[in-house]
Design a protein around this ligand. Structure first.
Ligand code: SIN
Ligand code: CO
Length: 382
């Protein structure tokens, strides 16, 4: 188990002083860091259809190339000047996913994925900006990381149509990272990682919706659910002083009319919970060929020799206002007082041992919830 050691910091201090504000390097944050995935396993994933892999290469910082997976072989890339980047490795490697437990001081809905890179000497993606916060754990090998502060004078460079970089920046952090070091980079801070030797990096990437995406998805929901079809009502209207004028009163009534859709708390919480649990990367969901009945599941639990696993990387959330609702992969499951604790377990835990699963047999509602999630392929039996 790789456990984050904050040294003089605490998660609380980190949130106050660094989160979204200032880059940070914690040397040896993970003592005796154990790589949860090997370069060979990563290469194996990059050979699979449907996963998101890229190889970025260059010749002495010129002639940048970007190739997208799946890859049949890596021989043509040689021994240096390239990096393999693989998104959402946590969706395919439970061991990699378990790194996330160190970042639980930020709620799950802010986490996007763990991207893993394998870089050969001199390999990297070049100096660039990201719109999201990222923690980068140095796994095996060494890399030189430079991180700067936001600087409006930096210019965007596009050395290849699939690669955005920025001009040279003044580093605020400039260090060789070694296994177990942890780097935090806030959004829009220039950074550049260049490998010193073959090296693995784990990027815990966060997500933050923008207002445009939220509004657009919210209105899609209104349409899907045939809501908001009633027309503006202005009963009690006063005489118009100037017929060509859109009065401040009318303007504010129209705005409030629109906002009233947002104020329906159950509708909003259903929308936002589903929105935030949509996964933007491929997942390993296997729907059982023959659906389980609650009796089947009860029998399996009673027999006591199965463990239940949640699909690695699947997004889940628990909402307790105004209703108790479990959100899973963009869907919602209403809980009642008998199933709340089961819902919380299913949202929080990656695995239910046969002993923990026993508590689900005490109430049909709990058993039904687990059965539904098994039948959707969001949990599975091993
Ligand atoms: C990496 O090369 O491992 C991380 C890329 C990045 O800086 O976003
Ligand atoms: Co980056």
């Amino acid at each position: 188990m790789n456990r984050l050691n904050w040294g003089d910091l605490t998660p609380e201090k980190f949130l106050n002083e660094y989160w979204q504000k200032k880059p940070l390097l914690i040397k040896n944050a993970f003592k005796d860091f154990n790589d949860p995935i090997s370069p060979d396993e990563l290469a194996g994933l990059a050979m699979e259809e449907g996963l998101e892999s890229r190889i970025i290469s260059h010749q002495n910082k010129t002639d940048w190339q970007v190739q997208h997976g799946p890859f049949d072989s890596f021989d043509q890339f040689g021994e240096q000047n390239w990096t393999l980047l693989m998104q959402a490795v946590n969706n395919f490697s439970r061991e990699t996913h378990s790194l996330l437990s160190n970042f639980n001081f930020v709620p799950n809905w802010r986490v996007d994925d763990i991207m893993v890179s394998f870089s050969t000497p001199n390999g990297g993606v070049g100096a660039h900006l990201d719109q999201y916060d990222v923690f980068i754990i140095q796994g095996e090998g060494k890399r030189r990381w430079q991180v700067g502060l936001p600087d409006p004078t930096l210019t965007e460079l596009i050395p290849h149509q699939d690669l955005k970089q920025i001009s040279a920046f003044e580093p605020f952090i400039d260090e060789i990272t070694e296994a177990g070091d942890l780097l935090y980079i806030p959004p829009n801070h220039p950074h550049n990682g260049v490998s010193v030797e073959n090296s693995i990096n784990y990027s815990i990437g966060f997500q933050a919706p923008n207002s445009q995406e939220l509004w657009s998805s919210f209105t899609d929901n209104l349409i899907d659910q045939n809501r908001g079809e009633q027309r503006f009502n202005d009963e009690g209207r006063k005489l118009a002083a100037d017929p060509a004028l859109l009065s401040p009163e009318d303007m504010s009534s129209l705005k409030n009319f629109m906002l009233s859709q947002l104020e329906d708390e159950s509708f909003f919480s259903e929308f936002i919970g589903n929105y935030l649990t949509q996964c933007h990367h491929p997942l390993e969901i296997l729907v059982p060929v023959t659906p389980f009945s609650t009796d089947d599941v009860k029998q399996l639990i009673d027999e006591g020799d199965v463990d239940f696993y949640k699909v690695s990387g699947i997004k889940t959330l628990f909402v307790n206002q105004p209703n108790n609702v479990l959100h899973f992969n963009g869907e919602s499951f209403l809980l009642d007082s008998n199933s709340v604790s089961a819902g919380q377990l299913l949202a929080n835990e990656a695995c239910l041992t046969a002993t923990v699963a026993k508590s689900f047999t005490a109430h049909l509602k709990k058993l039904t919830l687990l059965t539904t999630l098994l039948n959707k392929g969001y949990w599975y039996i091993e």
